[in-house]
Design a protein around this ligand. Structure first.
Ligand code: LLP
Length: 870
């Protein structure tokens, strides 16, 4: 039977070859792949987990003491014998040649000098052993597997500027496809073949090593040489992620990358794929896939030339231990040869420079520890040497934060929020690569803590980024680990006819579904740790909403005399004890009004007490603290930290307390609200703990108010806020400080999802390749997208999706309003029916909070109407 002449290359790493059931997976995958693609399969394997480290230790130091080498080698032999037994093989037969070879290498005379050729042979033993055991096992399972020595097929090539070490232990191999080579390789009789990663043939006939992580590169070389259909890298993670999932659990699996993007991501941080493995496949145009051995059904990451080039940030990485060398010229301005002088010194010290930033008088470069041996000795020597030509400052340790993606240049202006995140840190160096794929910021390592999750959230949130494009971004790490949280269909999908009837009365028109509102109120009431619940009515003061929440037992938080007036006008019988007044820079009369109504008043500055002592004398007050940081979905809604106008800084607490005592004021509540749309459920428990610790110092506090700010899942694939995790966190801290009553004051979480904005399409226009559907209202009716780049789902109610008869498919539209501002965009590149036309009813979702409340009559357009669905 003739064998197919197509090849697939499958590479399995250390953890994938260290257990018997993993070898079952390897066998099954190889056979399935071969059948499915009608191809032959070459499997490339690493050494068993930890073995290369052991071999490296033997090569590194223990060889001084000959016994150490022998003992370590014996332990390795024993480990492989035991694994043979686990595989049901007879070690004496299967390892009959390998173990004596290992023993004799350990006793080799070259061990004494740690000769490089000896080290290479020693390091090669791991892969030779694992592949020998694996092939024997797979054959014993009845699979048609052949074994070959990778050194017979991969030839190391000498490159310019290589030293003795790298020509032996960090080699590159020839990988241009070659018909003769291919024919010889194909002449091996078995349909499935197994070989080693990491090793190659040196020009002198001995062994050469590809360097750490080299097994990926071996697979890539074989893929290129064989012109394989695909190279699959099977590993212990689901693929390449948009950030390190250990730091950012919300990081998304990158489903599709082109070679250049993959190269940047691999080089700047992701450890999943060895950076050197990409070029051979790119040169040979061989597609690559990163797949998870433990979860073979996940889609993984595909890398090929045809990946859609979606512009935008695809990944964020962080490298630590970066050293910056800042050099101030002491010679003349723009002195000729300055760069040549300084770089010559870096060369002399064997240091390769990574990033460069320069001005007329200063040049700052970064040294990456993964490319350099940057010990303090080396740096001192370099600095001393540089001191002859410039003033030197070494800044370390720094972190390099890199954003990788296509078309970074064209996106710079949309990275406003990202700059805001960095704005608070000290950015030492910014570098944008001319290949337009990489934007790197170097900051102090200490400042980098916590930055990645924040940046990632910003990128996912921003309308400018493609993170919602499912063809590029797969599920998040969190979702893969826990299973996707199924989301209920929004209420409005089931009320299409009713909403179309409402729209027929005229648009723009908001509609509020009270059943959805009540469901949220009940969920909040079910959180046992909370003692007092207030609705921040700034989110939506519609009387029906206030009445419905009052009936559920919820109290209210007001920020102006206008809100107080409206609240008591709507609910004349409301007990003022259920009302908070938390104003910001309000005039004195509003405080007087609030006291007169019997609301609980919150103050947030020493100045208020100083200016208006008679207003506050003898009263009970709550105090709003600034805990020194803000949180939230956008810089404009973060209400803590020195840039924010809210709250008393903790440093002025004593002054406030003293003044309050002098006035006979009792501080009975402590309050903090750090911002709106905070994703992390643990945020509020932390705030509670901080406030409670402070409250114990003050002594008179009865209630701790941890604010509002709970997020809603605006994005189609966002998970709903984990209210159970939130409640558990609150219960835990409440148990630590049971003496305080716990108060909350959410607005958005209660009201956002019950509201939709109905609009009519006015015009559909295409300009320079961008399709736009215009609506009869935009930022005048819903300001959030223009003000915060906020995302709201948009649907065409007149043309429900999925109607196969008339379905012309979905295409991308920018949904815009009629206001004379470029920012009047409700959503960019939204998938809407291709035949969307004038007169269609469009629905903007999750608009119940900060929708109507922020609507305006700009351009003299009328305010939207409002409807309530009981
Ligand atoms: N408590 C205080 C003191 C507040 O300032 C706010 C909101 C809340 C509670 C309620 O926060 P919520 O639970 O709704 O996040 N217009 C922005 C939101 C501004 C929030 C202002 N303060 C938006 O549309 O995102």
């Amino acid at each position: 039977m003739s064998l197919p002449d197509r090849w697939l290359v499958l590479k399995f790493g250390g953890t994938s070859v260290s257990r018997r059931e993993r070898w079952d997976t390897i066998g099954r995958l190889a056979r399935e792949r071969a059948d499915m693609a009608d191809a032959r399969v070459l499997v490339v394997v690493s050494a068993l987990s930890g073995v290369t480290n052991e071999l490296q230790a033997i090569c590194d130091g223990d060889s001084v003491d000959g016994d150490g080498v022998a003992a370590r080698a014996a332990a390795l032999a024993e480990r492989h014998r035991a694994f043979a037994v686990e595989l049901g093989l007879d070690p004496d037969i299967v390892l009959a040649e390998r173990l004596p070879a290992l023993r004799s290498l350990a006793g080799d005379a070259r061990a004494a000098t740690r000769a490089l050729d000896w080290q290479a042979e020693m390091l090669a033993q791991g892969e030779l052993l694992s592949s020998t055991l694996g092939a024997a096992y797979l054959r014993a399972q009845g699979l048609d597997f052949g074994w070959c020595d990778a050194r017979d097929w991969l030839d190391a090539i000498a490159l310019p500027n290589q030293n003795a070490w790298s020509t032996r232990l960090s080699v590159s191999c020839r990988h241009e496809a070659d018909a003769g080579w291919r024919a010889r390789f194909a002449a091996q009789p078995a349909r499935l073949l197994l070989t080693q990663g990491f090793i190659a043939r040196h020009g002198d006939g001995g062994t050469a090593i590809l360097g750490r992580g080299g097994s990926d590169t071996s697979a890539a070389y074989f893929g290129a040489l064989l012109r394989a259909q695909r190279v699959e890298i099977w590993t212990d993670v689901p693929g390449i992620f948009s950030a390190n999932p250990r730091i950012v659990p919300e990081a998304r699996l990158l489903a599709r990358l082109d070679y250049a993007e993959a190269q940047e991501i691999a080089t700047t941080g992701a450890k999943v794929l060895h950076p050197r493995a990409i070029a051979p496949c790119r040169d040979g145009n061989v597609p690559m896939a990163i797949l998870d051995t433990a979860r073979p059904d996940l889609p993984g990451t595909r890398i090929d030339a045809s990946a859609a080039t979606v512009p935008g940030v695809k990944a964020i990485s962080r490298r630590n231990g970066i050293v910056l060398v800042s050099m101030e010229s002491i010679g003349m301005w723009q002195q000729v040869g300055f760069l040549a002088d300084i770089f010559e010194r870096f060369k002399r010290h064997g240091l390769s420079v990574d990033l460069i930033g320069s001005s007329e008088t200063n040049v700052t470069v970064s040294l990456d520890p993964s490319e350099n041996l940057v010990t303090s000795n080396v740096l001192e020597a370099l600095a001393a040497d540089l001191a002859g030509v410039c003033r030197v400052k070494v800044i370390a340790p720094c972190a390099a934060i890199t954003l990788v993606g296509r078309g970074m240049r064209s996106l710079l202006h949309r990275l406003g929020d990202i700059w805001a995140v960095f704005g608070r840190e000290r950015v030492h160096l910014v570098s944008q690569s001319s290949n337009d794929l990489n934007l790197t910021f170097v900051i102090d390592e200490a400042d980098a803590e916590g930055l990645l999750p924040q940046l990632h959230a910003e990128l996912v949130r921003s309308d400018a980024m493609p993170m919602r494009d499912a063809s590029v971004f797969g599920p998040s790490w969190h979702e893969i680990a826990n299973g996707r949280v199924p989301r209920d269909a929004p209420w409005w999908r089931g009320k299409r006819e009713a909403l179309l009837r409402l729209a027929a009365r005229g648009t723009p028109r908001y509609a509020y579904d009270l059943a959805t509102l009540r469901a949220r109120a009940r969920a909040l009431n079910a959180v046992a740790a909370i003692d007092r619940r207030h609705y921040a009515l700034k989110a939506n003061p519609h009387p029906a909403i206030l009445r419905a929440l009052e009936a559920e037992g919820i109290g209210f938080e007001c920020v102006s005399a206008g809100e107080l007036q409206h609240l008591f006008a709507t609910l004349p019988a409301l007990d003022p004890a259920r009302v908070l007044f938390t104003p910001s820079f309000a005039p004195r009369v509003e405080y007087e009004d609030a006291f007169a109504r019997g609301a609980t008043v919150t103050v947030d500055s020493v100045e208020a007490l100083q200016r208006w002592p008679e207003l506050f004398r003898g009263r009970a007050l709550w105090l709003r603290l600034d805990l020194g940081r803000g949180e939230g979905h956008h810089a404009k809604v973060r209400t803590g930290g020195s840039e924010a106008k809210f709250g008393l800084p903790v440093g002025r607490l004593d002054a406030f307390v003293t003044l309050a005592r002098n006035l006979g004021v009792r501080i009975t509540g402590l309050h903090a609200h750090l911002g709106s749309g905070v994703e992390l459920p643990a945020h509020w428990r932390d705030v509670y703990a901080e406030l409670a610790a402070t409250a114990e110092r003050i002594g008179t506090i009865g209630t701790i108010d941890i604010g509002g700010g709970l997020p809603v899942p605006y994005l189609p694939d966002a998970a709903p806020f984990d209210i159970d995790a939130w409640a558990r966190g609150l219960a835990e801290v409440k148990a630590l400080y049971p003496q305080f009553a716990l108060a909350v004051e959410p607005g958005r979480w209660l009201a956002a999802e019950c509201g939709v904005l109905l609009l009519h399409a006015t015009q559909v226009v295409e300009k320079d390749g961008v399709r736009r559907v215009g609506c009869d209202a935009g930022m005048n009716a819903l300001l959030r997208p223009a003000l915060y780049d906020a995302y709201h789902d948009i649907a065409n109610l007149s043309r429900p999706a999925g109607d196969p008869v008339r379905d012309g498919g979905l295409v991308a539209f920018d949904v815009v309003g009629p206001i004379c501002e470029s920012g009047d965009v409700l959503g960019r590149q939204r998938q809407l029916p291709a035949d969307t036309a004038e007169g269609d009813v469009l629905l903007v979702a999750d608009a119940g909070a900060y929708g109507m409340a922020m609507a305006n009559t700009y351009n003299l357009r009328a305010l939207p109407a409002e409807e309530v669905i009981e």
